[in-house]
Design a protein around this ligand. Structure first.
Ligand code: AMP
Length: 248
């Protein structure tokens, strides 16, 4: 039963009330909302102090759900060690670096869904990925990215040649689903990566001066720790809701 149907229940009770001459007190029963998806009431004040100086790329608008599709990467010890080493190598940038909390490879931009689109959208993704084969993911270099409004710079591990083939196919699948909802597709020249460290502002030029050093750090690390991860699920975040779909 949907939340709206519960509102209808209340409406009926009030109508029967008006038919009687004597006003009668009707005790409203407490609706069972356990099966109803709840929309969180968010704080509309964006305070960058609360999240390491980050500003929302999308201003919060009630009913707009910031959404993106991605593959999740495990937070394993060897990777966390590599992130520590890269953070040390980045000290000469002279800005505060932050570790990314959530390790993933995006396969869509962040788009805005309306609440009523969520079920159809996620069902379309589930169907579209049902025949997509699981694949091995690995990285072979370090690169630097800046977001679209130049407010953040990301140090990322770039997907290797073999992983790229699967990642490109996966964005084509997501793009088709997005097109059906008239939503923007991924980059024309996608560069598949997993962001691991970020800085506030545009520090790309400073970091490019260190790119050789960062790649040497990665090569040295991978001599003893070559990581290949099997990806068998695709994920989608819609507002504060997480969805995951099994690959073939
Ligand atoms: P992500 O870790 O997926 O959030 O990516 C970090 C940033 O890289 C995003 O804000 C993207 O806008 C940015 N980016 C810049 N150029 C590209 C590109 N060619 N392909 C993918 N992401 C890109």
């Amino acid at each position: 039963m949907s939340g709206l149907s519960y509102l209808c229940d209340y409406g009926d009770s009030e109508e029967s009330d008006t038919e009687n001459t004597k006003p009668k007190k009707v005790k409203l029963r407490t609706p069972d909302l356990s099966g109803v998806a709840l929309i969180p009431i968010e704080n509309h004040v964006d305070d960058p102090e609360l999240h390491d100086g980050r500003y929302r790329t999308f201003p919060h608008v009630r009913g707009n759900w910031a959404s993106y599709a991605y593959f999740k990467y495990p937070r394993e010890t060897s990777l966390l060690n590599l992130i520590d080493k890269l953070q040390v190598a980045l000290a000469s940038v002279g800005e505060v670096s932050h570790k990314c909390d959530d390790l993933h490879i995006s396969i869509s931009k962040t788009v805005v869904l309306k609440y009523h689109m969520i079920t159809t959208f996620t069902e379309s993704l589930r169907e579209a990925f049902a025949k997509f084969e699981s694949f091995e993911l690995s990285f072979d270099s370090v690169d630097v990215y800046v977001n679209e409004d130049n407010s953040r710079t990301f140090i990322a591990l770039k997907a290797d040649f073999f992983s790229n083939k699967f990642l490109l196919k996966s964005t084509q699948i997501v793009d088709e689903v997005l097109a059906a909802f008239s939503l923007p597709k991924y980059y024309d020249d996608p560069s598949f990566h997993m962001s691991i460290i970020w800085f506030n502002g545009d520090c790309k030029q400073k970091i490019l001066e260190l790119i050789e050093k960062l790649n040497k750090t990665l090569s040295k690390h991978t001599e003893n720790n070559r990581e290949i991860v099997l990806i068998h699920k695709v994920h989608c975040k819609i507002g504060n809701k997480y969805f995951q779909f099994q690959l073939d």
